[in-house]
Design a protein around this ligand. Structure first.
Ligand code: S3P
Length: 178
């Protein structure tokens, strides 16, 4: 399946805390592919993400995100982890899909809260007193965008390796390619 339609990238998207970066790194290692993280590209070319939000606001962040996505989408044979809001701009998904399969990782809101409890790097959740409510509201608002993906994997009860193996299985990558 990976070789179909000239698609050689695997793109991981989904809400904050679903494990895109951890799974992406493991998957890239298993498949001997390069790993790209669009949030990391933004931080390398601009500054830390919380600082972009604080100094310039979300709109500026989304513009920087679009540039990072364009750069990542132009690559081949890569596992690409995106930020959780990348789906909000259809142009992002169009660019990423031209050379890649879009894999949506999901998790139950309770699991997301737990996974992010020691994190202070998510500006969209930082202000919220009731984190689970904020997560539910954002998930609801994004649902229609997250539906526009090719593969869906609930990571709530799976380890990082199990998610990586499941992606390989669902993409039908033969053992020889692993
Ligand atoms: C965001 C998710 C973050 C980061 C930014 C905005 C979002 O990435 O891009 O804080 O809109 O969901 P992670 O999903 O890797 O946390």
């Amino acid at each position: 399946m990976l070789g179909d339609q000239l698609k050689s990238n695997i793109v991981l998207t989904g809400f904050m805390g679903v494990g895109k970066t951890a799974v992406g790194k493991q998957l890239a290692q298993l498949l001997q592919m390069e790993f790209i993280d669009t949030d990391q590209l933004i931080e390398e070319s601009v500054m830390k993400i919380p600082d972009i939000f604080r100094l310039y606001g979300e709109d500026r962040f989304r513009r920087e995100e679009m540039l990072a996505v364009k750069k990542a989408a132009a690559s081949s044979n890569c596992v690409i982890a995106t930020g959780g809001g990348v789906v909000l701009n259809p142009e992002n998904i169009k660019a990423l899909r031209s050379r890649g399969w879009i894999v949506l990782l999901t998790a139950r809101p309770e699991v997301i809260v737990d996974r992010l409890k020691d994190e202070a790097t998510r500006p969209l959740l930082q202000q919220a007193d009731d984190k689970i409510k904020a997560i539910r509201e954002l998930l609801d608002a994004r649902e229609k965008y997250y539906r526009n993906c090719d593969l869906f994997i609930d990571t709530s009860d799976l380890s990082v390796s199990q998610v990586a193996e499941e992606i390989i299985r669902q993409l039908g990558i033969p053992a020889a390619d692993k």
